[in-house]
Design a protein around this ligand. Structure first.
Ligand SMILES: Cc1cc2nc3c(=O)[nH]c(=O)nc-3n(C[C@H](O)[C@H](O)[C@H](O)COP(=O)(O)OP(=O)(O)OC[C@H]3O[C@@H](n4cnc5c(N)ncnc54)[C@H](O)[C@@H]3O)c2cc1C
Length: 508
């Protein structure tokens, strides 16, 4: 992972003296030990009570600052959202549901700080299916030659996993070198995944197979490096879920921050002045309010800032805000009268991949109630254009079409179906999509530095402010720690550099 280089921009409204040296911090150590810098305690307004806002709020409050959190929804957690409308104790994670064990900041909060019980969230089960061209087969039986793809003899002879591994060899080699991630970003940021695969000689026939198999079809036109970082890190290899539901993680902040949080407060404008900030909001009844503070941290997904007025931001900052891309995604959960996937297929975790509209069926270990015969699964989890195909349907149509697809693979679904419920993040007024996705050229240069660059008294945190853990809870927490540190230390228009541990192991 590259060093977090910061550009020192001219302040929009110079207020304090710029520090003459940028400190370097260890994010985990700062999260674990808290903020330690002595200095004037201030009033910090935080917009958004997702994991970034909550983490920043907790750190700053525990360091003696006054915090006021304004949250548009009537709940904490933002894109961590647990649906609890199923029978018994069953639940469905509409948002985040899997926590990689290598995400040390999230692990610290879950295990050390809040002591939440977890269980493994396995992603690979050889009993799940690959369903393509109207025909399904167990993963244990699957080979690249199993479907009629028109692959040439070389590609046909290789296992698809090996094919992908060989194509990625130049990046894998660099990743193992000291400073390798800097080099990868410098050399490969210009590539989309598709552009790279084609340039390396992967045929269109092979793309047809690799796309659904590795879930990369929706990622073809996005950043090669971002996808590679997740794949290389095997970020889906060792996951866990929070037994009582992911929402118990934001819920664990409530005893610390609930008195400082105003729910149902949709922020509409931020006015920066020489001696502070004014944040104006509208509440659920249409009433208006204002909070004044010394600094404001914006953790709202950037795409939503187009609906907010913020004074004092420069043109570069607005350019970035306008250009950060947020992806689409939906999940369709279904409740069944019995867990036929376990009883009839011996599947209790993992994912079936398909070329049907549902794309991915997730046999979620999270959210089951062992005391019941009933069960829940994710009949469809899909991104980008696959999700768009569902966005245009109404709720009833989504569930009906997903059930029809699911029954092609598992006929038992039709007889045991009780009800279904979908959540489309692209249509969430306060979500702005599943999260940020890099496109080619966006990790390097000014673009990324401008995303997280604070401007005067306005600070930015959230998952879009992390380079390699974007769209992960880990990235949101890390950016919050970095920002809280900077405010506490009296920094202005810059953030501390991050001391990095080696987060990217060599490939196995
Ligand atoms: C479907 C899905 C699956 C995911 N899966 C995983 C996973 O398995 N593991 C993982 O680590 N990550 C996952 N993520 C990503 C993870 O949920 C996010 O990276 C993380 O929760 C982002 O936190 P945040 O605080 O940056 O943003 P958010 O959670 O979006 O918080 C921003 C807050 O700002 C509020 N807000 C918006 N507008 C306003 C306004 N005008 N005024 C006041 N408040 C406002 C929002 O309501 C929200 O509460 C997933 C996300 C989705 C959607």
């Amino acid at each position: 992972m590259p060093a977090a280089s910061q550009r020192a921009h001219a302040p929009a409204a110079p207020i304090d003296t710029l520090p003459d040296m940028t400190p370097t911090i260890d994010l985990l150590e700062t999260l674990r030990s808290g903020l330690t810098v002595e200095g004037p305690r201030r009033h910090i307004v935080i917009i958004g009570a997702g994991i970034a806002g909550l983490t920043a709020g907790m750190l700053l409050k525990e360091a003696g600052h006054t915090v006021s959190i304004l949250e548009a929804r009537n709940r904490l957690g933002g894109r961590i959202y647990t649906y609890r409308g199923f029978a018994g104790k069953m639940y469905g994670e509409f948002g985040a549901m899997r926590f990689p064990r290598q995400h040390r900041l999230a692990q610290h909060l879950i295990h050390d700080r809040f002591k939440l019980a977890t269980e493994p969230f396995g992603m690979e089960d050889q009993d799940t299916f690959v369903y393509l061209q109207g025909r399904g087969m167990r993963r244990s039986e699957f080979t690249g030659a199993a479907f009629e793809t028109g692959l040439g003899p070389d590609e046909r002879a290789k296992e698809p996993t090996k094919l992908l591994h060989d194509v990625m060899a130049p990046l894998i080699e660099l990743a193992g070198q000291p400073g390798g991630w800097d080099k990868i970003i410098a050399q490969f940021d210009r590539y989309s995944l598709l552009g790279y695969l084609l340039e390396r000689g992967v045929t269109e026939q092979a793309l047809w197979l690799l796309g659904p198999l590795f879930n990369i079809e929706g990622r073809f036109h996005f950043s090669l490096v971002e996808w590679f970082a997740h794949w290389y890190d095997d970020v889906f290899g060792d996951l866990e879920y929070i037994v009582d539901g992911a929402d118990t993680l934001p819920g664990a902040f409530a005893p610390i921050l609930m008195n400082d949080t105003r729910l149902g407060a949709e922020v509409q404008s931020i006015d920066q002045q020489a001696d502070g900030v004014s944040v104006r909001f509208r509440d659920a009844t249409g009433g208006r309010g204002e909070v004044r503070g010394d600094e404001v941290i914006v953790t709202v997904p950037l795409v939503l800032l187009r609906h907010m007025e913020i004074s004092g931001l420069d043109v570069d900052k607005w350019f970035t805000i306008r250009n950060v891309y947020y992806g689409r995604a939906h999940k369709i959960f279904m409740q069944f009268s019995r867990r036929w996937w376990v009883e009839d297929y011996a599947i209790d975790h993992g994912v079936t991949v398909t070329d049907l509209a549902i794309r991915n069926v997730v046999y979620t270990p999270a959210g089951q109630d062992a005391s019941m015969e009933k069960g829940v699964l994710i009949a469809s989890y899909a991104w980008e254009q696959d999700s768009m195909a569902y966005s245009m349907l109404d709720e009833q149509q989504r569930v009906a079409q997903a059930l029809e697809d699911l029954a092609k693979i598992h006929p038992e679904a039709a007889e045991t179906f009780e009800f279904g419920v979908s959540y489309d993040w692209a249509l969430d007024r306060h979500g702005g999509g599943i999260g940020p996705l890099f496109r080619p050229y966006e990790m390097t240069g000014r673009f990324f530095d401008d995303i997280r660059r604070p401007v005067g008294r306005v600070w930015f945190a959230g998952d879009s402010c992390s380079r390699l853990e974007r769209r992960w809870i880990e990235g949101a927490i890390g950016s919050a720690v970095q920002t809280a540190y900077a405010i506490d230390a009296g920094m202005r228009n810059e953030l501390p550099d991050i001391q990095l541990v080696e987060q990217h192991p060599a490939p196995s």
